[in-house]
Design a binder for this molecule. Structure first.
Ligand code: PLP
Length: 395
């Protein structure tokens, strides 16, 4: 009988020639267990998905309760489904008044796609300003705004009219004109290895968009839900986007994305053509129930208030001659090494010692840490001790 690992390599489509290919059999809180019984401290939480850890009891309970009522009923936007309605209302209560309409999708990339269509529809314009080293998803539209030629080039032709500028630059602001439909930016550039905008730039970006009538689309698919120390990362700049992209932690461990805008703007997708944006599974009731429960846990636990202190602890614990820098945006953390090879050695060895990490798409020499926000000080010190010990092995 072939093993699961063999079947995985043979029949599950591969996206790299060197997948980790470890079979996990259980996950709970900050931990995961593989088929041999080895326990791992999960420092990446499904890439910023599991903001309150794996299988939180309240989330599991909400999922089970919804399973007992109904699963899929009808394509998005026809029937009134309580989990969707309740979650949309809860999210909009926590957002500025101008963001009062939620279009639920099944993934982050689909949220990007929807926002691109909405911006074209609202402005009647087609040009887009995006940023180098940004990631907004892997579908064709999202790939077109992605900020890396290596990944884009293999799949041309892509969408025309997209201008990729340097994140945080003055030139980028100058490129926004009366012809620009939208500007899409991550509030923190995650895949660049945690790059924040220079002071004042986000505010100027907001002003420039307002002056020119371009819509500001902020992608908080990775930075949202407390990850950077406030519920929404844009709050830290005192600005609000015209369209907000959500995903990852939005679904509490289930697949869910969303683009959020004003109801007036969103209504442009309802007429001429009718059904301007369609999805079968977007806003799946079980996913919405999980997301809602997860948001409640996040808010009730007051975990967001402790994010900064935990980030400081990571910084203190990750001092080692091999570590060139530690960049944090709350609990989105990049640990910089000399090279990808050194980083990969550390990642692989940490894995052998039961600490699960990863690298970043546009910063392969940086180790990714994005754990559950409920991670304890004890887990942080234990995990960092392993990372330091692994660093010392190469000295
Ligand atoms: N935007 C950002 C900032 C992301 O980090 C990601 C995923 O990593 C996406 C968009 C795409 O989300 P998904 O993988 O759910 O399509």
């Amino acid at each position: 009988m072939p093993t699961h690992r063999e079947l995985f390599l043979q029949h599950v489509a591969q996206t790299s020639t060197a997948p980790l290919a470890i079979e996990m059999v259980k996950a709970e809180g900050i931990y995961m267990w593989d088929a041999s019984g080895r326990r791992y401290i999960d420092l990446i939480g499904g890439i910023s998905v599991c903001n309150i850890g794996h299988r939180h009891p309240q989330v599991v309970e909400a999922v089970k309760a919804q399973l007992d009522r109904y699963m899929h009923l009808m394509v998005y936007g026809e029937l009134v489904e309580a989990p969707q309605v309740q979650y949309a209302a809860a999210l909009t209560r926590l957002l500025p008044a101008s963001l009062d309409s939620v279009y639920f999708t099944s993934s982050g990339a689909e949220a990007t796609e929807g926002a691109m269509k909405l911006a074209k529809r609202v402005t009647g314009r087609t040009q887009i300003v995006a940023f180098r080293e940004s990631y907004h998803g892997s579908t064709q539209g999202a790939l077109s705004v992605m900020g890396d030629e290596y990944w884009r080039n293999a799949f041309r032709p892509l969408l025309p009219g997209i201008d990729h500028e340097e994140y945080g630059s003055d030139r980028a602001l100058e490129r926004i004109t009366e012809h620009t439909a939208m500007v899409i930016a991550e509030t923190v550039q995650a895949e660049k290895g945690v790059r924040k905008a220079p002071p004042g730039w986000m505010e100027r970006l907001r002003r420039r968009c307002t002056e020119t009538g371009a819509l500001l689309v902020l992608d908080e698919i990775q930075a949202g839900f407390g990850r950077t120390g406030s519920l929404w990362a844009f709050e830290q700049y005192g600005i609000a986007p015209d369209i907000l992209l959500l995903g990852k932690a939005l679904g509490g461990g289930m697949p869910l994305g969303a683009f959020v805008a004003s109801r007036d703007r969103m209504m442009t997708l309802a007429a001429d053509p009718v059904l301007g944006h369609i999805t079968t599974f977007g806003g799946h009731p079980v996913c919405c129930a999980a997301g809602m429960a997860s948001l409640q846990v996040l808010l009730e636990s007051e975990a967001i208030k402790k994010v900064e202190a935990k980030a400081r602890l990571f910084e203190e614990e990750l001092k080692h001659p091999c570590i060139k820098a530690v960049r944090t945006a709350g609990l989105l953390i990049a640990v910089e090494f000399e090279s990808f090879e050194e980083n990969k050695r550390v990642i692989d060895r940490c894995l052998e010692l039961g600490v699960f990490t990863d690298w970043f798409l546009f910063a392969p020499h940086c180790l990714r840490i994005a754990p559950s926000l409920l991670i304890t000080e004890k887990d942080i010190t234990e995990a960092c001790k392993v990372i330091r010990e692994v660093c010392s092995e190469s000295e």
